[in-house]
Design a protein around this ligand. Sequence first.
Ligand SMILES: *[C@@H]1O[C@H](CO)[C@@H](O)[C@H](O)[C@H]1NC(C)=O
Ligand SMILES: *[C@@H]1O[C@H](CO)[C@@H](O)[C@H](O)[C@H]1NC(C)=O
Ligand SMILES: *[C@@H]1O[C@H](CO)[C@@H](O)[C@H](O)[C@H]1NC(C)=O
Ligand SMILES: *[C@@H]1O[C@H](CO)[C@@H](O)[C@H](O)[C@H]1NC(C)=O
Ligand SMILES: *[C@@H]1O[C@H](CO)[C@@H](O)[C@H](O)[C@H]1NC(C)=O
Ligand SMILES: *[C@@H]1O[C@H](CO)[C@@H](O)[C@H](O)[C@H]1NC(C)=O
Ligand SMILES: *[C@@H]1O[C@H](CO)[C@@H](O)[C@H](O)[C@H]1NC(C)=O
Ligand SMILES: *[C@@H]1O[C@H](CO)[C@@H](O)[C@H](O)[C@H]1NC(C)=O
Ligand SMILES: *[C@@H]1O[C@H](CO)[C@@H](O)[C@H](O)[C@H]1NC(C)=O
Ligand SMILES: *[C@@H]1O[C@H](CO)[C@@H](O)[C@H](O)[C@H]1NC(C)=O
Ligand SMILES: *[C@@H]1O[C@H](CO)[C@@H](O)[C@H](O)[C@H]1NC(C)=O
Ligand SMILES: *[C@@H]1O[C@H](CO)[C@@H](O)[C@H](O)[C@H]1NC(C)=O
Length: 444
Amino acid sequence: MLLNIRYLAFFGVAVAIPDERVRQASASSSRSSSISSILSSFSSASSSSASASASASTSTSTTSNSTASNPQGAINTTILAPSISHLPPGPNATSYPSDGKLHAPEPAPYTPAGGLGTNGSEPVYVPQSDFDFESLALVLYQEYIELDLFRSALKRFSVQEFEAEGINSEYRELIRFMSDQEVGHATMVANILGPKAPQPCNYSYPFTTVGSFIDYSQKSTRYGESGVLGFLAHLNSRPAASLLSQSITTESRQQAIFRQFKGLFPMPIYFVPGIPQSWHWTLLAPSISSCPSNQTRLIWQNFPALTIGNNPNSSNSGGVFNTPAISHNLSNPLTYPGREVQLSWELPGKPVGPDKSYITNTTAGAPKFVAWVSSLNVTYSPLKTINNTSGTTIQPNTTTLGGAPAINGTMFIAVTDTDLVVTPFNLSMINPHVVAGPALYQAG
Ligand SMILES: *[C@@H]1O[C@H](CO)[C@@H](O)[C@H](O)[C@H]1NC(C)=O
Ligand SMILES: *[C@@H]1O[C@H](CO)[C@@H](O)[C@H](O)[C@H]1NC(C)=O
Ligand SMILES: *[C@@H]1O[C@H](CO)[C@@H](O)[C@H](O)[C@H]1NC(C)=O
Ligand SMILES: *[C@@H]1O[C@H](CO)[C@@H](O)[C@H](O)[C@H]1NC(C)=O
Ligand SMILES: *[C@@H]1O[C@H](CO)[C@@H](O)[C@H](O)[C@H]1NC(C)=O
Ligand SMILES: *[C@@H]1O[C@H](CO)[C@@H](O)[C@H](O)[C@H]1NC(C)=O
Ligand SMILES: *[C@@H]1O[C@H](CO)[C@@H](O)[C@H](O)[C@H]1NC(C)=O
Ligand SMILES: *[C@@H]1O[C@H](CO)[C@@H](O)[C@H](O)[C@H]1NC(C)=O
Ligand SMILES: *[C@@H]1O[C@H](CO)[C@@H](O)[C@H](O)[C@H]1NC(C)=O
Ligand SMILES: *[C@@H]1O[C@H](CO)[C@@H](O)[C@H](O)[C@H]1NC(C)=O
Ligand SMILES: *[C@@H]1O[C@H](CO)[C@@H](O)[C@H](O)[C@H]1NC(C)=O
Ligand SMILES: *[C@@H]1O[C@H](CO)[C@@H](O)[C@H](O)[C@H]1NC(C)=O
C-alpha cells in the first residue's frame, strides 16, 4: 500500500514497500530525482568534510576556529512559561481495570476496543505538531551525520589501518552497508518532513585513528538511538512514530555492532535509556561544522559541554587491548560502583554547532548533583565541587528491574542543581536543572 505522505510529489515515494503501485512510482523520474538530490547534496558535504576532518587531526584549536561565528541561537517563538509545571497523574491514568476481561464492545471480530490510529482512517505520515517537526528534524541531522561518518571513514583510512584494528574486509563491508541504511533512514525522515527538511551539512570529527572512529561511532549511535527513544512515545503523529520505530531498531543493532568491533560485551544492559532532545542536540551539534545558509534551524537547547577526565578507554580494559569479538566477558570491568569520576564543564554562552551559530545555555542554579541516566533509572550522586567548572563524584551502586547493575554500557551523565525525581517518560523535566552535559560515560 502507498504511504500517504503529503509531499509525495516533491520528494517522491518514501519507502520501498513491496507493492506494484510503489514499484511503478519508484521507477518514475520524480522519485529518482528526489533521492538523487538528497544524495548529491550529501556527496558534496562528504567530500568537504573529509578535508574538515583531516584538518581536525592536526589541531583542535584550528578546528574550533575554522568556521565563522554567527550566533543566532535556537529558533523560538512566544514563550509561555519558564518551565513545564509538575502535575499529578491525569484523571483517567489508572481507570482501566486490567482484570483480563473485556470492557467495551469490539469494533470487529478479534479486535479489542481502544488503541490509537486503529479506527480504519488512512494513515498520513506527516508531522502533526511543532514537537513532531522539531524531533524529526533532529533525527534527520543525526541520520545525515552517520551517513557521512561511515562513508568518510571508509575513504579516509587505509586497508592497513583498518586491519591493524582487526576491522577486516567483511567488517568494512558491514560498515558500508550501515551507511546505506542511513540513506534509507534519511530519505524516510526527509519525506515525512517535506520541503523544509534540514539538508546535509559539513562535519568535523574528533577522531584521527580507526580505533577512535569506532569509539566515536559506538557513542554516536548510542545517542542517536537514545535520542529517538526519548521522544518516540510522545509524538502526536502515530504513523510517523511507527516508521521511526522501524528505523531505530536498526540503529540499535549498529550500536551493538560497533561495541563488538571494540570487543566489548554487546549489550550489558537490560533496558536502553532514552534522553531528551536537547541532550541529543548537545552531543550532536559540536560535530557539525557548517550547514547550507538556508538550513532549517532547530529549537533545541545546547547545554554547556561536560567532560569526564577519567572516562574509561573502550579499546582497553585493564590494560588489555580488545580486538573485535561477538562478545567478551570482561574479567576486568571498565568501571565499578564506588569509582571516583572526575568532571569539568564549560560556562554557558559559548557558540557551538553549525557555523558556530547556536549558543550554549543553562537555566540551572549552582551545581550540586550528577544525574546518571542508564537503563530505566535516573540516579543522582552528590557532586563534590572543586571550583565553578570542575568537581568529582562517586559512581553509584544501583540495580535496575531484574537485578542487573543499572549503570553499565555507554550511558549518560549530567551535572544538575537538584536531585529531581524523574522517570523515563518525563525525563525532559530535568532540563531546567541541567548545569552542564550530558557526557557519555563508558561504564561498561
Ligand atoms: C580565532 O579567530 C580569531 C579571529 O580571527 C582570533 O583572534 C583568535 O585568536 C582565534 N582563536 C583561536 C583559539 O585560534
Ligand atoms: C529568540 O530568537 C531571536 C531571533 O533569532 C533571538 O534574537 C533571541 O535571542 C531568541 N531568544 C532566546 C530566549 O533564545
Ligand atoms: C475516562 O475514560 C472513560 C472511558 O475510557 C471516558 O468515558 C471518560 O470520558 C474519561 N474521562 C476523562 C476525564 O477523560
Ligand atoms: C479516527 O481516528 C483519527 C485519529 O487516528 C481521527 O482523526 C478521526 O477523526 C477518527 N475517525 C472517526 C470516524 O472517528
Ligand atoms: C535551500 O536552497 C536550495 C537551493 O535553492 C533549495 O533546493 C532547498 O530546498 C532550500 N532548502 C530549504 C530548507 O529552504
Ligand atoms: C556490565 O555488564 C557486564 C556483562 O554482564 C559485566 O561483566 C560488568 O561487570 C558490568 N559492569 C558494571 C560496571 O556493572
Ligand atoms: C562545506 O564546506 C565547503 C568548504 O568550506 C563549502 O564550500 C560548502 O558550502 C559547505 N557545505 C555546507 C553544506 O555547509
Ligand atoms: C585507548 O587505548 C588504545 C589501545 O591501548 C590506544 O591506542 C588509544 O590511544 C587509547 N585512547 C585514548 C584516548 O587514550
Ligand atoms: C553494592 O550494593 C550491594 C547490595 O546492597 C552490596 O552487596 C555491594 O557490596 C555494594 N557494592 C559496593 C561497591 O558498594
Ligand atoms: C539562556 O536562556 C534564557 C531563557 O531562555 C535567556 O534569558 C538567556 O539570555 C540565555 N542566556 C544565554 C547566555 O544565551
Ligand atoms: C578548577 O579546578 C581544576 C581542577 O583542579 C583546574 O584544572 C582548573 O583550572 C580550575 N579552574 C578555575 C577557573 O580555577
Ligand atoms: C531502577 O528502576 C527500576 C524501575 O523503575 C526500579 O524498580 C528500581 O528501584 C530502580 N533502582 C534504583 C536504584 O533507583
